[in-house]
Structure formats: structure tokens, C-alpha cells
Design a protein around this ligand. Structure first.
Ligand code: PLP
Length: 409
């Protein structure tokens, strides 16, 4: 136990934001599913870019531009190896998970979706993996279908498997639910879908920061994630896509960098990944993402996963001492996310009282309104852990909840 605490102290030292007081109390940051905190080295990598080699990428012959281009393309290579992509050209830099999904919905949808075809998503998707599909289905006259779930927050995948057919254009499913914590059996879904030649997109926003992801082993066709949830900067994310799909798909946006030649009559598009990266990219974002990946690799994703599971179990034990808590999302396979309600109290009021004690949790629907509709609740209080959190902080959460109960009930 002491050893773990020593390591945790070392880990925490790298996150300057964690040492501050909020509302006169030491900050307890349990909103990691919304965005994680950033280690100093990631912050420094951004300022290093601006102080030493700020320049535009790809088109310059001068030294600074080459330095920026090298760092940007190195970031792509590192990202590819981090998720075990076969080649770096299969890594497209986007603004984040939402942008990655919109890219596939618009581009893949434009080419491969026709009236009467189906797109399947699941009952626990973030709005980012619902709305883009609704938009393209509406445009194309296609149908959006939903894999249902049970009251534990486990997907009823049989419902999908029984309906698999060549009429399904694509399945888009989250790897880990942000509001329930459920880890979905994406590998099996992909294998079953492929027997009908159906491509699968995985929303990995809540998976990549917490577990080892191997896109070749999963055999997914697309995989999306955001840097800011994995200790990196905001405004940058990744779309992994298999070469065969990315080459077959039309560009999503037009502009500089995504072209080979332009005349007023005709444009020839660049090769992947550039075909999907119109305009000046988020250069320092990619550099910051690469630093975040180095940080994760040095910490060890298996250490992160193990520690977060310990924290999840400890928190469930600690909170079970408090009466009147209902848990939303009790799947056996769960990431370190606890969504709960205190009987008789509105989640917003609980969140407000916790904030006054320096404890940051998220309250509301967590961009998963259909999940809240399914459970017939206005929202939940969500505590989401990162490996830098501690048992002591969980103790403070338990005390805070008790205090909220005393004040509200
Ligand atoms: N998908 C899931 C499962 C998420 O948790 C989130 C963010 O919370 C998103 C997609 C959207 O990510 P971003 O806002 O970084 O695009």
C-alpha cells in the first residue's frame, strides 16, 4: 500500500494543477472523463514549439518549417505505433472524437450510404456518435437502428447479431461508455459484423486513456479518440481508418494541403492522410499529443489501468457504506466511472455541494440523453477517476456525499 502511495505521489507531482485549493479546500478532480489534467511535460512541449520552432508544416524549405514538419509527422508515427496501426498514413489528425466521427459519417456516408440501408449504433452512445449518423441518414434516406441495453448498462448484442445483413452499411459503437462506464465487447461485434462485410467504427474516447488499444487486433475499420482525455491538449484528436476505406472515401473538406494539383477546371486530391487534413493543422496539438503518448508509455498503460481499477473498487466499497445511493451502470466489465443518484436529491444540487468542498464531479446527462431517457432520470452525478487520484480523495468524496445528504434531505 505504501509503495502505491509513493508512486502516486510521484505521478501527482507531474500535474501542477492538482496542488491547488478550490473553494478553500484541496482540489479533488473527479471529472477525468470530461477531460483529464495535463502533466507539466505536455504543457512545456506546447511552449517549446512556440518559443523555439513555431512555423507552418509541409510546405516550407526553411529550417523552422522542417523542424515543425518533423515533429508533426513524428507525432503521427508515434500515434500509429501507440494504437498499433499498420502504417502511419492510417492516422488522420482531427479536432477530436466528434470531428473524427463527423468525418466518417459525411465522407463514408456520402459514398457508401443509400436509401433503405441501415446504420447501427448502440443505446449508450455519446451524442457525438448519434447526431452525425442521424444527419447523414436523414440526408440519404437511410435508417438509424439501435442495439438495446439492459438495466445494468450491458448491450444486448444478440439483437444486433440476429439482424446482421448486407443491408447494414456500418456499425458505430462506443468502446467504453462515458456515462455508465461499461466496456463493450467491440472485438466480438467487429468479428461478427465482418462475416457480413460490414465495417465497424469504434468510439474510443473513453478507452484510449485507460487501456491498451490495438486497432489491428480489434480489426476495427475506424477508431476515434481525443487527446484532451488522455493527458494531451484540447482541439486535437485522431481518426484511425483502414487504408482501403480511407482511399475509397472522398475528402471531407477542401483547401490547402489536401490537394495534389489545382486548376480552375479540376483538382486532384492528395494521398492519405493529407487528403483528410485540409488547411493548417493543429501543429502544437499533435506535438502535445505525442508528448502525452510518451508520458503514458513511460507510466505504463497497464499500470494506469490497474491503478484505476483499484480506485474503482475502493470507491464502490467506500460509497456502499452510504445508504440511499442508486448506481446507474453496473455492468461487470467497467472502466473507472461511477454514475449515481442520491434518492430524493437532484444531481445538480449534489454536484454544487461537492464543489463547495473542492470536489469536481460532473452532473447532468453527460451528452448521453438517450441513456437518461432509458433510466427515466434527469441525469446523474458522475465521478470519473484517473490513475493520479487517491484513496484519500475517495474518502473525501464519501464525506462530501454524506454532507450533501444531510443538507438536502
Ligand atoms: N465519445 C465519448 C464516449 C465521449 O466520452 C466523448 C466526450 O466526452 C466524445 C465522444 C466526444 O469527445 P470530444 O468532445 O473530445 O470530441
Amino acid at each position: 500500500m505504501e509503495k502505491v502511495n509513493d508512486i502516486t505521489t510521484l505521478w501527482r507531482k507531474q500535474f501542477p494543477i492538482l496542488t491547488q485549493q478550490v473553494n478553500g479546500k484541496p482540489l479533488v478532480y473527479f471529472d477525468n472523463a470530461a477531460t483529464s489534467q495535463k502533466p507539466l511535460r505536455v504543457i512545456q512541449s506546447l511552449s517549446d514549439y512556440y518559443t523555439r520552432y513555431n512555423s507552418n508544416v509541409h510546405r516550407g524549405v526553411h529550417t523552422l518549417s522542417q523542424m515543425a514538419t518533423d515533429a508533426f509527422e513524428e507525432a503521427r508515427e508515434l500515434t500509429a505505433s501507440f494504437i498499433h496501426a499498420g502504417e502511419k498514413e492510417e492516422v488522420i489528425f482531427t479536432k477530436g472524437t466528434t470531428d473524427s466521427i463527423n468525418l466518417v459519417a459525411q465522407s463514408f456516408g456520402e459514398k457508401f450510404l443509400q436509401a433503405g440501408k441501415e446504420i447501427w449504433i448502440s443505446a449508450m452512445e455519446h451524442h457525438a456518435n448519434i447526431v452525425p449518423w442521424q444527419m447523414i441518414c436523414e440526408k440519404k434516406g437511410a435508417k438509424l437502428k439501435v442495439i438495446p441495453m439492459n438495466r445494468e448498462g450491458v448491450l444486448l448484442t444478440e439483437e444486433l447479431y440476429q439482424n446482421l445483413s448486407e443491408n447494414i452499411a456500418l456499425i458505430a459503437v462506443t468502446h467504453v461508455s462515458n456515462s455508465l462506464g461499461t466496456i463493450n465487447p467491440v472485438k466480438e461485434i467487429i468479428a461478427r459484423a465482418h462475416t457480413f462485410g460490414i465495417p465497424v467504427l469504434v468510439d474510443g474516447a473513453q478507452a484510449v486513456p485507460h487501456m491498451s488499444v490495438n486497432v489491428q487486433e480489434l480489426d476495427c475499420d475506424f477508431y476515434c479518440f481525443s487527446a484532451h482525455k488522455m493527458y494531451g491538449p484540447t482541439g486535437i484528436g485522431v481518426l484511425y481508418g483502414k487504408r482501403k476505406w480511407l482511399e475509397a472515401m472522398p475528402p471531407y473538406q477542401g483547401g490547402g494541403d489536401m490537394i495534389e494539383t489545382v486548376t480552375f477546371e479540376k483538382t486532384d486530391y492528395n494521398v492519405i492522410p493529407f487528403k483528410f487534413e485540409a488547411g493548417t493543422p493543429h501543429i502544437e496539438g499533435a506535438i502535445g499529443l505525442a508528448e502525452a503518448i510518451r508520458f503514458i508509455q513511460e507510466t505504463g498503460i497497464e499500470n494506469i489501468e490497474k491503478r484505476e481499477q483499484e480506485l474503482l473498487h475502493y470507491a464502490m466499497e467506500k460509497l456502499s457504506e452510504i445508504e440511499g445511493i442508486t448506481y446507474i451502470g453496473t455492468a461487470p466489465e467497467k472502466a473507472a466511472v461511477i454514475s449515481f443518484l442520491i434518492e430524493g436529491a437532484h444531481p445538480y444540487d449534489v454536484g454544487f455541494i461537492l464543489d463547495k468542498q473542492g470536489i469536481a464531479v460532473r452532473t447532468g446527462h453527460h451528452c448521453t440523453q438517450p441513456v437518461m431517457q432509458f433510466f427515466d432520470i434527469p441525469g446523474t452525478v458522475r465521478a470519473s477517476f484517473a490513475f493520479y487520484n487517491t484513496e484519500e480523495e475517495i474518502g473525501r468524496l464519501a464525506e462530501g456525499i454524506q454532507k450533501a445528504k444531510n443538507m438536502l434531505l
